[in-house]
Design a protein around this ligand. Structure first.
Ligand code: PNS
Length: 161
């Protein structure tokens, strides 16, 4: 069996930064499971089903990627999927503190689960799901920053032209 990584997140919604990170991850891992935390963000814009659909469409031409969701602790899900590591992206210094804390907590919860960080592509360094939602909410054009399906769904959801 090849090496497997779980790439967890809220993906509310998925961005081109996430796609780029998974592409990089596939150079290290044979399979990347992109997994939405069902108990993640408190006030998401999209439902889990909508997020799963956007992820599925965005990754349908990337072999080696599987889309899923999980409930409860990430480390338990990693064990359940027999994965070798958690994959996370680092954009800037501001991400570091939160990511460091989460990686150490996950290691404390299960010392066998490793976290691997990959640095986000420079093109996507300023992009986050939150800033995409903020721009789209006020009619900003987010084409080229998110997959086309996400552009459509954002317009539908926010009722912007
Ligand atoms: O994209 P996000 O919102 O930064 O992702 C955060 C996420 C979903 C990876 C994190 O909140 C998570 O792992 N949630 C599941 C519960 C858990 O195991 N938390 C970390 C240890 S307490």
């Amino acid at each position: 069996m090849g090496k497997i990584a779980v790439y967890p997140g809220s993906f509310d919604p998925v961005t081109n930064g996430h796609l780029d990170l998974v592409r990089r991850g596939l150079r290290l891992f044979d399979k990347v499971i992109v997994a939405i935390a069902r108990n993640g963000t408190k006030d998401p814009l999209f439902t889990i089903e909508e997020r799963l659909e956007m992820l599925q469409q965005s990754f349908n031409e990337m072999p080696g990627v599987q889309v899923d969701s999980f409930e409860g602790l990430l480390v338990d899900y990693v064990v359940k999927r027999q994965a070798d590591a958690i994959l996370r992206g680092l954009r800037a210094v501001s991400d570091f503190e939160y990511e460091f804390q989460m990686a150490l907590m996950n290691r404390k919860l299960n010392k066998n689960v490793q976290t691997v960080f990959l640095v986000t592509g420079l093109r996507w360094i300023f992009i986050s799901s939150s800033i995409i939602k903020e721009a789209a909410r006020f009619g900003g054009d987010v084409r080229g920053m998110v997959p086309d399906i996400v552009c459509e769904k954002l317009k539908e959801k926010l009722g912007v032209p």
